[in-house]
Design a protein around this ligand. Sequence first.
Ligand code: ADP
Length: 481
Amino acid sequence: MQVLSVTPEIFPLIKTGGLADVTGALPLALAGKGVAMRTLIPGYPQVMDAFKKKKAAHQYPLLQGAKASVQAVELAGLDLFVLDAPHLFDRPGGPYGDASGGDWPDNWRRFAALSQVGADIAAGAISGYMPDIVHAHDWQSAMTLAYMRYGQAVGTPSMITVHNLAFQGQFGAGIFGELGLPAVAMALDGVEYYGGVGFLKAGLQAAWAITTVSPTYAQEIRSAEFGMGLDGLINMRSRDLYGIVNGIDTDIWNPATDKHLAVNYTARTLKDRRSNRMAVEERFGLDRDDSPIACVVSRLTWQKGMDILAAVVDGIVATGARLVILGSGDAGLEGSLLAAAARHRGRVGVVVGYDEGLSHMMQGGCDAIVIPSRFEPCGLTQLYGLRYGCVPIVARTGGLADTVIDANEAAMSAGVATGFQFAPNNGGALLHAIRRLVDAHADAGLWASIQRQGMKADVSWDRSAEKYVELYRLLLSKRAA
Ligand code: ADP
């Protein structure tokens, strides 16, 4: 089975978020399951610099303003089609904006071009290659499905994965004339959205199947609370809506081999975590004692519930737990967390910034990881926590609800508990969960059993890749029908 993936990001070449992890991991996970995935990505400087140009696999005399071509290359074990269009993608800064963070004003043009090329490849533009299925990701490649639907590849099954519904690619109606779509597309059941053009909306409308990155988030986005204005459309498409949780790279995230840890360990040598715990105490200037250390590794934002956490730091300290935080984001939140650390020297430590190595050390040395997100399409840090015996304490939402089994009495007696959930998501419920953590931690046998159960959970890509394959097969059967 040949699947064309179209994406604005792919790990390890270009990454701003979890989307890149998924698009980078899926082709490898699918390879052993009879699916050959090739990926179309924009030719950002980081991508173009990573290979030598060859004869183009396809040429465009004119693509959204200038000439462009498609290069077929293999990089980092990935089969890629790179859209070489310097007028659109050869720029300093990030994939969506300049170094100061502002969006490029022609983002609609850049990602319409990517999508147009995706649809052309689906229609056979590259000799010797014809995908059976096209799989797009987020608003930046969503228009691929609209170009397919209003073009020649209308019979090719298509799928879109939504990694975060908050980003929708909404533009003014004025751009429609430059998209190269037929006039009928500017309609309620086409690309039109609130009087403008909605890229994600267009993809949701045209896709044969819609997936998001956890079953609970797939349900939640059908509600006004989580639907970000698209819940009506998503409900209409609910028969074709699926939730598949993300996996993690279990080679990079492996406590038995992780180079960032002071000491490596397994579920059988949990006592060795003590040395990592001491390294955390040292790094964050904490008191040395036996109380549990809860950690946070997160963007410091409203979505992540960091204001809820900041408001109850004093209460957390009062439970006897210690707290360490690694994150960056909202300046107000950074300030209030730093102030809390100053108030509670030895009990609370904060590092503002992004530090991959430290995040590993925290998972390997802290007792619990707290994730009070208001919404969480999938979430990765709870999966790392499970794998590292760093017990997740999570808001009962999205992928957090799907991947952590609450240590209630029934789950404990069945021996399946892997962490703590709380709901509703407010300071009181969060504090209650922290108290449960402190109580459970005081019982060493009980605590170790929760840790071990989490470490046994399958957080790899294997099962999720299987689910994508099932869905691809279903779509192929619909094409045949
Ligand atoms: P999101 O993509 O919404 O930020 P996820 O949980 O899906 O949330 O992924 C966040 C990723 O970024 C995880 O790999 C997490 O470890 C990492 N991360 C977040 N903040 C930091 C930080 N300050 N330092 C190091 N890693 C971080």
